[in-house]
Design a protein around this ligand. Structure first.
Ligand SMILES: O=C(O)CCC(=O)C(=O)O
Length: 335
């Protein structure tokens, strides 16, 4: 990093500290989040690079109003089965692999995030497991997360180069309290964030499905005491955040929708859509999903955990995916 870049970063940090953000910066909002976005004009000037099987104008308008879209039957089953095959091999033989895994169970405190080898094998097949960034190891994962019909939509909402930020594989429902993603999954520009929830099987009502509040991406932002981003010195907790989102959605009469999509369908949601995982009512019912977070090259020109390092990156269908500098030998190990 040059001296100038270092000074710029330091200044940005000081600005964040003394003038914390209370809303997204209007100057860097994606075009579609600005007042009165002109969708037909945008599409005339920026036709999608792929011939998509859905009505892009209709989807963009739905996104603008509601903060999410469902793209039905867009991912072929073979792609999903290949990816799930890689995943089964990983959790069946964890001793052979290197990967970061988080299991939110009391018994694993204080180190709930560890190398996959350092958890008991049975725990990997249980609840509260989040397999982090498996796409770094799995080429099938990279192809899945950059499926052209997903990429076309992301390119349309951002109007610029898309990058992968992180991914999670779930075998069971997360049962996570309501949250928005941007306070945690934060790029240099927090509004440059969207997530895809790729259904790896038909989702059942008793599996603890994802839920979200329609239109919640437009509600006033929560202040953690450090502004809209969660920081180590935030004075308000994630549970207070969850109560704020549930209560404000109720006050604004925003409908709550439960995601019961089918294998190969994809939900894409906005950085500020309030969402969470419903309680699991049948402990045996899986809810296999691949959750991928994306940003733009402008907001994330490096691997999210290594901002000072020049990233090694690969390009899939026009999207940059950064190699994980911590586990170089694990990259693309599942070909
Ligand atoms: O799939 C889920 O239940 C939660 C996923 C989620 O909220 C996230 O990754 O932000």
């Amino acid at each position: 990093m040059s001296i100038l870049q270092r000074i710029k970063r330091k200044t940005e940090k000081l600005k964040d500290r003394f003038f914390p953000l209370k809303e997204f910066n209007p100057n860097t909002l994606p075009w579609i989040d600005r007042p009165n976005p002109e969708i037909s004009r945008f599409l005339r000037a920026n036709p999608p690079r792929y011939n998509v099987p859905y009505d892009m104008a209709e989807k963009l308008s739905h996104w603008e109003q509601n903060g999410y879209v469902v793209l039905e039957k867009i991912v072929p089953e073979e792609m999903i089965d290949k990816f799930w095959g890689d995943f089964r091999e990983l959790v069946g033989n964890p001793e052979k692999y290197d990967l970061s895994v988080r299991i939110d169970l009391e018994e694993f405190k204080p180190n709930q995030e560890r190398n996959i080898k350092d958890f008991p094998k049975e725990a990997l097949l249980g609840k509260y497991v989040k397999i982090n960034d498996f796409h770094n190891s799995s080429v099938a994962g990279k192809k899945l997360m950059t499926h052209p019909y997903i990429v076309a939509f992301l390119e349309a909402i951002f109007g610029q180069k898309v990058v992968v930020m992180q991914s999670l594989v779930f075998m069971y429902g997360s049962q996570q309290p309501t949250h928005q993603d941007f306070p945690w999954v934060t790029a240099r520009i927090p509004s440059h964030l969207a997530a895809a929830w790729i259904a790896l099987e038909d989702i059942k009502i008793d599996s603890g499905p994802l839920y979200y509040y329609i239109g919640s991406h437009k509600m006033p932002k929560f202040d953690f005491g450090t502004g809209i981003l969660f920081k180590p010195d935030s004075t308000r907790s994630p549970l207070e955040f969850a109560s704020y989102l549930d209560q404000t959605s109720a006050d604004l009469k925003l409908p709550k929708e439960t995601l019961l999509i089918k294998k190969g369908d994809v939900l894409i949601w906005h950085a500020a859509l309030a969402h969470g995982g419903s309680p699991i009512t049948n402990p045996d019912q899986t809810r296999k999903s691949f959750v991928c977070h994306y940003s733009t090259e402008q907001a994330l020109p490096y691997h999210r955990n290594f901002p000072t390092q020049i990233p090694v990156r690969q390009e899939y269908n026009g999207v940059y995916i950064y190699n994980n500098p911590l586990l170089p030998n694990a990259e693309d190990i599942f070909k």
